[in-house]
Design a binder for this molecule. Structure first.
Ligand SMILES: Cc1ncc(COP(=O)(O)O)c(C=O)c1O
Length: 364
């Protein structure tokens, strides 16, 4: 064993997966990693200590299967989100990617269609096709915004079973109005998912789509602990929706899909939500500093309500990406012509990126 004995082409792969490419953000051990929109600030020590205590306690019972209904964690999410939500309206999984996968397994699948407005989060088509469903991409205005009428008419024409609305949108950072959510919901009989992975980075007084859940049993709002909560490595995502929709997800999840250790860690982290979210203002300040500085360097920064900035006017993205790489800074080429995306890091990381970009000097 150990030597390569077969190629992918030699295996009886599902025909609809032939030729597809897996998710592949480069993983490189560079000093400044600003390519996958993590929170680059570590978990504060006092929180890490409490999480460790909770994990130690959970470990004593690890010979048993965990709580299949992750009751304490769902209560923690209901408390954190507010809006009068109860645990019956909450669901969680190993990252919001798995939450989205559960939704697609229950509501998409063979013969069905999921829809999103491109460019948008690259995992939506991959997760969709993984369930055997078809992906359909709609369009946005040149500045990546979406108007309610246009969004509704595209959705009504495509007649999908599942619609993704990324709010704010990845990889562009573009805000999404609640009027778009309302209009799209009216335009379809399918499930409407508002992915609020980056919601905590939006202006403080901005309303969440959670406020629209009442009376809309096909509406879902998904969130993650991977971004603002600095918990990407723990893999915890969640959603809020009508209890009947949550019941549908029980049909497709694996039994005991959230380990006892994950449940203990996430429940403990939620007890410290204000501390865990303590770096959000600083990250937003670095994001705005990136936008202002790349503009001063001659690039175009797209409005962002997230923890990253998409900037355009890059003459040769591959060349700029490589030069930054050589300077020890990893950012993301998201495949939009003449654009690159960078995550807002700590002040030092952000300075390293901006200095490296200034010395590349490939703005037109
Ligand atoms: C818009 C959006 N949704 C969902 C996710 C998935 O995050 P996770 O699976 O870590 O919760 C990401 C990650 O980058 C994202 O950008």
């Amino acid at each position: 064993m150990g030597e390569v004995t077969a190629r992918l082409e030699d295996l009886p792969l599902r025909p609809d997966l032939v030729g597809q490419t897996p998710y592949g953000a480069p993983q490189a051990p560079l000093p400044v990693a600003l390519n996958v929109n993590e929170n680059t600030h570590p978990v504060p020590q006092e929180v890490a200590d409490d999480i460790l205590d909770s994990i130690a306690l959970a470990l004593r019972d690890v010979n048993r299967y965990p709580d299949r209904e992750f009751t304490a964690l769902r209560e923690g999410f209901a408390d954190y989100l507010g809006h009068g939500l109860t645990r019956e309206q909450l669901w969680a999984a190993n990252g919001s990617n798995e939450v989205l996968q559960h939704l697609l397994q229950a509501f998409a699948g063979p013969g069905r269609t999921a829809f999103g407005f491109g460019p948008t989060y690259s995992m939506y088509p991959l997760l969709t096709r993984g369930t055997g469903a078809t992906w359909t991409a709609g369009t946005r205005a040149a500045d990546f915004t979406l108007a309610p009428d246009d969004a509704a008419s595209q959705v009504s024409e495509a007649a999908p079973d599942v619609v993704f609305l990324c709010s704010p949108n990845n990889p562009t950072g573009t805000p999404l109005g609640l009027d778009v959510v309302e209009a799209v919901y009216e335009a379809t009989d399918g499930i409407v998912i508002v992915d609020e992975a980056y919601h905590e980075f939006a202006p403080r007084d901005e309303r969440s789509a959670l406020t629209l859940l009442g009376g809309r049993e096909r509406l879902v709002v998904s969130r993650t602990m991977s971004k603002a909560f600095a918990f990407a490595g723990a893999r915890v995502g969640y959603l809020a929706a009508d209890p009947a929709l949550i019941d549908a997800l029980r049909l497709v999840r694996l039994p005991y899909h959230l380990s006892a250790l994950t449940q203990a860690a996430a429940t403990a982290a939620l007890r410290h939500a204000p501390t865990m979210l303590g770096m959000v203002d600083e990250i937003v300040a670095q994001r705005d500093r990136i936008s202002a500085t790349v503009e001063a360097l001659g690039y175009t920064a797209h409005e962002s309500w997230s923890n990253f900035v998409l900037f355009g006017g890059v003459a040769d993205p591959t060349q700029t990406w490589n030069s930054l790489y050589d300077a020890g800074v990893l950012i993301r080429d998201v495949g939009i012509a003449h654009h690159l995306r960078v995550t807002a890091g700590t002040e030092d990381e952000t300075t390293a990126f901006l200095d490296a970009l200034a010395s590349v000097g490939s703005a037109p």
